[in-house]
Design a protein around this ligand. Structure first.
Ligand code: NI
Length: 494
């Protein structure tokens, strides 16, 4: 029997996302992932002062503004000819501000967005908001272990606050920091600020080591079958990120399904729009030549997300892509972290390509970033500069590629007469949650859904667990809710 499951909106993610799955004899045969909001920042930015991009693109998203602050600063550094001139202090401060956001975002994702798919909050606390309504049935952790996980949900709120405070020490405020600008960082490191940062970081590290990572392992042991579910496209892309005077934390590379490594060249990135609400004339372009031309009357379109592809191939981005990239490229610390976790749950490297593999990679990455931030902090030099002056050129082009919590993010600019002529942003969720491309290849989330067995179509845990493991951020990915298209049927928000 063929049935269709439509989940719209998917809750406990950032933004407005819908998925539709065609189920034949209990198995997903076809899947559609759709971003139902129009972003349009590229249009807002046209003809403005190029420096505005650094302020305005942060407003794309309240969850990941620091990623846009960083990518836009790198993009403007490039266009202004400053890339090689950023003082070491500026690089380190940028990394510390961005790193604080990584930690906050990963802890947010596991505890406050994804964990309620596995942890029985109603069993521990009763039938209370905000834990109901929800899908019913498959909660496997019980008793004290479950109550403990629910306690950690509450504790994680406080830890996230500490991450935001830490970010604000050098970034001024969160969301939308005012520290990261083209040329470096506006704040100066002092002994006082470094100490204030460090005690918070140590408390966060303690939480990651003794709570977050063990909780992910506990969930993995109870839901072992989720190492087999949601494999995905198998091709991983990382632009690389956290460029410090001492080297780069996240390595850059494309990893093929048979774990072969290829270097990344941004000329190979294109965006298709056959199934997106944009004019076909803008399809297949590299983002440096990219256009954002909304067109709502397209028969085959079902998303405001475009379909970014690398050499025409579908790629998955995010912590899994980064951890596997570093692993394949011989990063000893990542290898030790990954092998140790896989050993504890009795799984091989292949198991990383799964729902639980994505959660594990994210937790280990939080540990890697937090531990490394201590080293970065120690390289700050209080008396040295943090920034160089920036001057707007008459004409220029620039690109800023980096790694956001959800995966690689890129900003591209063309400047004419000292104004923005063209600006394009490609976010990680645009890659992961993209619709089919011009060759009708499904996007990464769609591929992860296809082939999945759904045990109970009224409580399709498998589908939401797959989608949430990617940590989608829709506000970042869509390029207005189209009121005419929303279906006024009966739906449950769970
Ligand atoms: Ni976002």
């Amino acid at each position: 029997m063929v049935t269709k499951i439509k989940i719209d909106p998917i809750t406990r993610i950032e933004g407005h996302m819908a998925i539709e799955a065609v189920i034949d004899n209990g198995v997903v045969k076809e899947a559609r992932s759709a971003g139902t909001l129009f972003r349009g920042f590229e249009i807002i930015l046209r003809d403005r002062d190029p420096r505005d991009a650094n302020r305005l693109t942060q407003r794309i998203c309240g969850v990941c503004p620091t990623a846009h602050a960083t990518a836009s600063a790198l993009c403007l550094d490039d266009a202004f000819g400053l890339t090689d001139k950023i003082p070491d202090n500026g690089k380190v401060l940028r990394a510390l501000i961005f790193g604080s956001n990584f930690l906050q975002s990963h802890i947010l994702h596991f505890y406050h967005l994804a964990a309620l798919d596995y942890v029985d909050a109603v069993g521990a606390l009763g039938d209370l908001a905000p834990f109901v309504p929800r899908y019913e049935g498959d909660y496997r952790v019980t008793g004290e272990a479950n109550a403990e996980l629910v306690n950690h949900y509450v504790r994680a709120l406080d830890i996230r606050r500490k991450c935001q405070e830490m970010l604000s020490i050098f970034g001024g405020k969160m969301p939308h920091n005012v520290g990261i600008v083209p040329g470096g960082v506006t704040e100066k490191p002092t002994e006082d600020k470094i100490t204030n940062f460090l005690w918070r970081l140590n408390e966060i590290r303690d939480f990651i080591d003794n709570t977050y990572v063990p909780d992910v392992i506990a969930v993995a042991k109870a839901y072992g079958d989720y190492f087999e579910i949601g494999k995905g496209c198998g091709r991983l892309l990382s632009y690389g990120g956290f460029d410090l005077p001492t080297g780069r934390l996240f390595k850059s590379g494309v990893i093929s399904p048979d774990l072969q490594l290829e270097p990344v060249a941004s000329e190979n990135i294109t965006e298709d729009v056959k199934h997106s609400w944009y004019a076909d004339s803008s399809s297949g372009k590299n983002p440096a030549q990219g256009e954002t031309k909304p067109e709502l009357n397209k028969k085959e379109a079902y998303s405001f997300i475009k379909s970014p592809r690398y050499k025409g191939e579908v790629c998955e981005l995010g912590p899994l892509a980064r951890m596997v990239n570093n692993y394949v490229q011989g990063d000893a610390k990542v290898k030790e972290l990954v092998d140790s976790l896989l050993g504890q749950v009795g799984a091989g490297v292949d198991a990383l390509f799964s729902v639980l593999g994505r959660h594990a990679a994210r937790a280990l990455e939080a540990k890697l970033v937090a531990d490394t931030m201590v080293d970065w902090l120690q390289t700050l030099k209080p008396d040295e500069p943090t920034i160089v002056p920036a001057e707007i050129p008459d004409q220029a082009e620039g690109a800023g590629l980096t790694e956001a919590p959800r995966g690689s993010v890129g900003h591209w600019i063309t400047i004419k007469d000292k104004k923005i002529d063209r600006y394009q942003v490609i976010t990680p969720t645009a890659w992961n949650a993209s619709p089919k491309d011009d060759k009708d290849q499904p996007g990464a989330v769609e591929q992860a859904l296809i082939g999945t067995k759904v045990k109970d179509k009224d409580n399709p845990f498998e589908l939401v667990r797959i989608v949430r493991a990617f940590d989608p951020c829709l506000a970042c990915s869509v390029h207005l809710l189209d009121a005419k298209k929303s279906e006024l049927g009966i739906f449950r928000v769970v």
